[in-house]
Design a protein around this ligand. Sequence first.
Ligand SMILES: NC(=O)c1ccc[n+]([C@@H]2O[C@H](COP(=O)([O-])OP(=O)(O)OC[C@H]3O[C@@H](n4cnc5c(N)ncnc54)[C@H](OP(=O)(O)O)[C@@H]3O)[C@@H](O)[C@H]2O)c1
Length: 297
Amino acid sequence: MSTIIDGKAIADKLTKSVAEEINLIKKTNSGFVPGLAAVLVGEDPASKVYVRNKKKSATSVGMEALDYYLPESTTQKELEEYVRKLSEDVKIDGILVQLPLPAHIDQEKIINVINPDKDVDGLHPYNVGLLVKGQPRFVPATPAGVQYILSESGIEVVGKHVVICGRSEIVGKPLGLLLIQRNKNANATVTMCHSRTENIRNITKQADVLIVAVGQQNFIKADMVKKGAVIIDVGTNRIQDATRKSGYRLVGDVDFENVKKIASAITPVPGGVGPMTIAMLLKNTLESAKRKNLVFD
Ligand SMILES: NC(=O)c1ccc[n+]([C@@H]2O[C@H](COP(=O)([O-])OP(=O)(O)OC[C@H]3O[C@@H](n4cnc5c(N)ncnc54)[C@H](OP(=O)(O)O)[C@@H]3O)[C@@H](O)[C@H]2O)c1
């Protein structure tokens, strides 16, 4: 029987420590109020929920959370101008542009406008470059959360074969870069799989730690997993559920019920990686505010 990793408890503990640190700094520096701005373009319901939850969490730890809801019709130029203004605003320490953006917006151009010192999502090429060079500053929140879950759960990845399914810019790719860093929570041997990978089952079967970020329900089945492997399920898929008030529920990418019988540890969905994302974003914003205010550990 595997251990079910309680990502919510780990995230709550981290959020609490962020709140405590902010309180402590405020005692000697009363003007210290980390500011986190979120920009949402359009009406995507899942993004709205995320931005709302983020605001609630940021406020609860003593940050100022500013949300900007822009209409779907916002042009590239208008959005660039918006993000540029936030980049120059001294009250703002972290900028989050909620992705995906509407199809008529060039996402990469928008990310490039974010001040890299406030890029708490770690998507600006400057921060990606630092990660590649082994000097990570802001690491995207979800991969950082996965690494944190592993270390907090006492799961060593040093020298282990970590297989990541998915190579997106926000999850798979930065996670692979993070886990090959030369440090005690990394030093893994990483294999990255994607939609063109041949014989994926042969590869996932070799994983000591299998991390899945594909976005397909039941993508990983029990016969794709080595006995005793650790399974981290990043996938978040909405499926219809008439028994719920909302009409849907969330499931991951892993066939949880069958895979948990052979894994040594596994994250559930919901309650696994999901809660870590906001906690890590808060941590990144605190680090940014500390740097601006010259507060050193
Ligand atoms: N928990 C959280 O906070 C959080 C945060 C972010 C994302 N997520 C969830 O994580 C999942 C992935 O998100 P994402 O943004 O990384 O997704 P994405 O950008 O759509 O990337 C999906 C990746 O899966 C790969 N893939 C698709 N079909 C495959 C197949 N049959 N075999 C192997 N690989 C396949 C794709 O390969 P190609 O590159 O070849 O197309 C791509 O690299 C989603 O469910 C998302 O909701 C959760």
